[in-house]
Design a protein around this ligand. Structure first.
Ligand SMILES: Cc1cc2nc3c(=O)[nH]c(=O)nc-3n(C[C@H](O)[C@H](O)[C@H](O)COP(=O)(O)OP(=O)(O)OC[C@H]3O[C@@H](n4cnc5c(N)ncnc54)[C@H](O)[C@@H]3O)c2cc1C
Length: 1001
């Protein structure tokens, strides 16, 4: 593998998610071509649209099929899910169940086709008929149904698999590079070019990365060997995904990425140079943009590539930073005195980007959220690229006729300095007409190569692209949409709107508006934000630690009891405002809190950021809930002549006992809820994390909670027991082990006086059930996060992974491979994925458990020696019954199950008596419904990881041995801290019912 010196080129930097309206104003100002050019755009676009609308494959095409089953229909969605998973399911029973499920979800039987095409009608008919077979439905086509019923499920299964393969074949040029090259040769000439793409998900393991590297290298050799005598840019090329070349291609692993991934790309680039091919780095997620540019800059700096003009990269116009990226690429091209190729796309991950920005609580979206803004930016970037020729060679990738027509005007007659690009299987009619009208325009086809199994994720993106209402391909296929609508210029659309953002899509900060502000996150993929955070943490870690005062437990309880009345009498609005201020302070002091959590609790940076956010969210959530609950009395219905009203009030002095694993969020959340309800509180942080607890209490005091209402007591379990035993206790809120919860319960029950509430949240033996329809890469990501993140020290962490037999070995191998890539070490280093266990006790207990295990399938390695660093482990068990206790560390237990034995598996999980979190990975809806109906588990997560419950979105807490409820961060939590009072006033007592008599009608 090549070695590489990291270059000194300036780093790319640009605002990550700037405000839309300002960008729109600038883009609209610069948009617009001379009038004659606009007329030419109309003419060209019309002709292209006409060609698309009138060219019909005699038997119909896949595009038509996809339009028929558009994604806004249940049938279309069912078809997409089938396409995504069917070909990877290994066993028949699951295949049949899956097909039945999807055919039931869509109303294929009554689907009336609009298409004239035989292929589309035949497919619709087949889907309708097969769904009848499955449902045995009584429909008008009974005769056909009777016939196909006799045919039976095996034929349906074969037919469906065949149908998915047909879809796959449409979008993939060949299953191997040789087959793809053979097929491409039929179409290659000076204006028809190819860029080959090796299909696959991103690498999760070192083995995956090595396999992808070999596939790319072999493909380059094969493409090079078969290339003709043409010169760049007319020569063929390859497209490379950096995420395929390295399993931890993430911003926090920048050093490793530059050290290990960049040389791999350099190696491929040298090979491509050897054949004078075009090598393009595909554009991926927005948070990887800076990292990708770092890698590219490092590779380009290598002198072995000098003299080669084939290196390129894709730029996404939906990203607000697109223009800045082009400027940066131009800078690189100047610095290296070389031509670079730039493929301008709109971007393939729009839906994912929007979701991520919301989840991460970013200030804004890194992508435009109006389709017209993306189109507008695309044209602005096109102009920029054209202006930078010949240093940059522009490659315009689009299937939008208006975009093509506009680009033709922008680019003018400089035919040698740009090309169009299209995806194999899409845009055939458009580009056929373009070739007729503009034979000089070069077109490169992006040609995916890979087996059917590897094509699924790609296929789904294409289905989304073809089926989404917002896409041009879908619009042009809908004959009811007039051509004029398709010719509307993006600038005109934007100008006609009040804002350059759709009003239905809130900014991440407003996700919970108007009730409350969402907490602010940090985008680690934006170096400036990450650096600012790291600087804050570094500064705070040097500042002196303020010790926690040692209050006496009994004295604190007595003081809290005295402080109750005044706080309870404080208006709810005042209490809520104090919590809102506390949330703001928590966010403002994130550096200090993170520094403390890292040093005292051994937490990694991403865990710390999430925890700061959760603590702030909890304060704001309880404030918002509390305003409604503890505000004006609620009037109750009743007879005339009296008023009845219900008020909620505090109970007295509460004891809040929090664990060390969420020393800020759980601690603050317990206190905030109790305070909001009008209670005074004595709060005891875990003995391992008193400094964080003390800091949280200081913040609450500073925010306006009187010292008489909130008291801090530090100490171990004995101090907790003293608090619980005090006569003044009006309630206890506790998070920790089931044993301690039981002992608190006994202590409270043994006391004379009022019977007070206990809210306990305890542990769980949390399971995840994965069937054969699940996507292994997604399962791997979710298992690794759920089982190993936070060193497995979350109540919600995955302990028992249940894998369907047929997929167990491959899945375990992938999870182990991904776990091997997790750095176990000092949590203050940003690339650390797993920090230490909390203390020696924990370390000894868990290592002893591992030592007793009969079948350790995987044992990772820790970079840190000494301390309580425990690398991830995977232990295989013969039955779920073998796991009898919660192992609070990075240890994943795995069992296999047979599809037919799912009910017994669920019984076995339920028998354990816990019920905190459960994960399910499956594409079969009926299967998911069955599990959800059967299991009483508190939080069930489907097709995602099972940690990181979000306040107000996933209220958290379980039943059985896992806790008493109500759920923290949920709508019923505050009520448990309060007591109710009803006041009835006989308003007719003094002299009669005046208000009744006063009514006229
Ligand atoms: C040759 C080729 C290579 C490609 N390589 C890449 C690549 O490396 N990386 C990559 O990400 N994609 C890549 N793509 C996919 C590409 O992003 C999509 O094909 C493209 O976005 C579709 O654009 P269009 O002009 O054909 O269609 P249009 O229908 O005009 O545009 C659809 C696009 O608009 C954007 N959009 C949709 N809704 C909204 C909204 N509400 N707000 C803002 N924007 C919205 C999205 O980007 C969507 O894909 C490639 C495509 C081609 C043809």
């Amino acid at each position: 593998m090549a070695s590489l010196n990291v270059p000194t080129t300036t780093e790319f930097s640009a605002p990550y998610a700037p405000e839309d309206d300002a960008l729109a104003a600038a883009l609209v100002r610069e948009a617009g071509l001379p009038e004659a050019a606009e007329r030419a755009v109309d003419r060209t676009a019309r002709r292209l649209i006409e060609a698309i609308r009138t060219t019909r494959h005699p038997f119909g095409s896949i595009d038509e099929l996809l339009q028929e089953f558009s994604l806004s229909t249940r049938e279309g969605l069912a078809l997409m899910v089938l396409a995504e998973a069917l070909l990877r399911v290994p066993d028949r029973a699951t295949t049949d169940e899956f097909i039945e499920d999807k055919l039931r979800e869509g109303d294929f039987v009554h689907h009336v086709t609009k298409s004239q095409a035989l292929f589309v009608n035949a497919s619709a008919w087949a889907l309708g008929v097969t769904s009848q077979v499955v449902q045995g439905g009584e429909t008008p086509q009974e005769v056909v149904a009777a016939l196909t019923k006799r045919v039976g499920m095996p034929i349906v299964r074969a037919a469906m698999r065949r149908a998915m393969r047909v879809m796959g074949d449409h979008f993939v040029l060949g299953e191997t590079i040789d087959a793809a090259l053979a097929r491409s040769r039929e179409h290659t000439n000076t204006t028809q070019r190819y860029s080959f793409d090796m299909l696959g998900e991103g690498a999760r393991t070192a083995a995956d990365a090595a396999r992808y590297f070999d596939a790319y290298a072999a493909a380059i050799d094969a493409i090079g060997a078969s290339a003709g005598g043409e010169r760049l840019p007319a020569r063929p090329g390859i497209s490379v995904k950096l995420s395929a070349l390295y399993p931890r291609y993430e911003a926090t692993c920048r050093e490793r990425v530059l050290k290990e991934l960049a040389p791999r790309l350099l190696d491929l680039a040298r090979r491509a140079k050897g054949f004078d091919l075009n090598l393009t780095v595909d554009a991926e997620e927005a948070d990887r943009l800076e990292l990708s540019l770092d890698v590219i800059a490092a590779v380009l700096a290598d002198s072995s590539l000098s003299g080669w003009d084939g290196f390129g990269l894709a730029v996404q116009a939906y990203q607000k930073r697109a223009a800045a990226v082009i400027d940066y690429v131009d800078e690189l091209a100047r610095a290296r005195r070389r031509r670079l190729m730039v493929r301008l796309v709109k971007g393939a991950y729009w839906d994912t980007e929007v979701k991520r920005a919301q989840e991460r609580g970013l200030d804004g979206y890194p992508v435009f959220t109006l389709k017209a803004m993306t189109d507008l930016n695309y044209l602005a970037c096109a102009r920029k690229l054209v202006a930078l020729k010949p240093r940059l060679f522009a490659q315009f990738a689009t299937h939008n006729a208006l975009t093509v027509a506009s680009v033709l005007e922008v680019a003018g007659a400089a035919w040698g300095d740009f090309e169009f690009q299209r995806l194999h299987g899409m845009g055939d009619a458009l580009y056929a007409r373009l070739a007729e009208d503009f034979p000089q325009a070069a077109v490169r086809t992006y040609a995916p190569v890979g087996s059917h199994r590897d094509l699924l994720a790609y296929l789904v993106r294409r289905l989304l692209e073809n089926g989404a209402n917002s896409s041009f391909v879908a619009a042009v296929g809908d004959a009811t949409r007039p051509v004029e609508e398709l010719l509307m210029r993006p600038a005109a659309i934007v100008r006609g709107l009040p804002h350059a953002r759709p009003d239905w899509l809130p900014l991440p900060a407003d996700l919970y508006a108007p009730a409350r502000k969402n907490s602010r996150g940090v985008e680690f993929g934006h170096r400036a934000s990450l650096d600012a955070l790291l600087a804050e943490v570094a500064r705070e870690s040097r500042s002196p630690v303020v010790p926690a005062p040692a209050n006496d437990a009994d004295a604190a309880m007595a003081a809290a009891a005295r402080g109750f009345a005044a706080w309870n009498a404080t208006p709810a609005e005042t209490r809520a405002a104090a919590l809102d201020r506390a949330a703001d302070l928590i966010e403002a002091r994130r550096g200090r809190l993170i520094a403390l959590m890292q040093s005292e609790a051994g937490k990694t940076l991403d865990d710390c950021v999430s925890e700061v956010r959760e603590a702030a969210d909890l304060c704001r959530y309880y404030a918002a809930e509390g305003r409604a609950l503890f505000g004006p009395p609620q009037a109750l219905p009743g007879p005339t002549g009296e008023t009845n009203s219900l008020v909620m009030r505090g109970r007295g002095a509460w004891v809040a006992i929090a664990p060390w694993n969420f020393p800020l969020a759980i601690f603050t959340g317990q206190i905030a809820a109790a305070l909001m309800a009008g209670n005074s509180v004595v709060a005891k942080p875990a003995e391992q994390t008193p400094l964080i607890g003390a800091e949280a209490v200081r913040i609450l005091h500073e925010a306006g909670v009187p010292a008489t209402a909130l008291h801090l007591v530090t100490g171990d379990g004995r101090t907790g027991a003293r608090l619980v035993a005090h006569d003044a206790v009006a309630g206890v809120v506790f998070t920790g082990s089931t044993e301690v919860a039981r002992s608190i319960n006994r202590a409270l029950a043994a006391k004379e006086g009022p019977i007070v509430p206990l809210i306990a949240e305890t542990g769980g033996i949390n399971a995840m059930i994965v069937d054969a329809t699940a996507l292994p890469e997604q399962v791997t990501d979710d298992v690794v996060a759920s089982a190993f993140r936070s060193a497995g020290q979350r109540c919600s962490s995955l302990r028992l992974l249940c894998l369907q037999d047929e997929i167990a070995d491959t899945t375990i191998a992938m999870i182990a491979g991904a776990a091997r890539e997790m750095k176990v070490g000092d949590p203050r280093e940003i690339d650390t994925a797993i920090g230490p266990l909390i203390d020696a006790d924990s370390f000894e207990r868990i290592t002893a458990h591992i030592a007793r295990a009969k079948r350790v399938r995987f044992a990772g390695t820790a970079e840190m020696r000494g301390g309580f660093y425990l690398p991830p482990h995977i232990i295989e068990l013969a039955s779920p019954d073998e796991l009898t206790e919660e192992i609070f560390g990075p240890v994943l237990h795995v069992v296999r199950y047979k599809a037919a034995e799912l009910p017994q598996l669920l019984d076995a999980i339920d028998r354990k008596g816990f019920g905190l979190t459960l994960g399910v990975h499956s594409r079969i809806s009926s299967h998911i419904e069955r599990i959800v109906a059967r299991m009483p588990t508190g939080n069930i997560y489907v097709n995602r990881n099972m940690i990181g419950a979000v306040v107000g979105t996933q209220p958290f807490g379980g039943g059985g041995l896992s806790g008493t409820g109500p759920k923290a961060g949920g709508p019923n939590y505050l009520r448990r801290f309060a007591t109710e009072q009803v006041v009835t006033i006989n308003t007719a007592a003094a002299g009669g019912n005046a208000s009744l008599l006063a009514r006229e009608r």
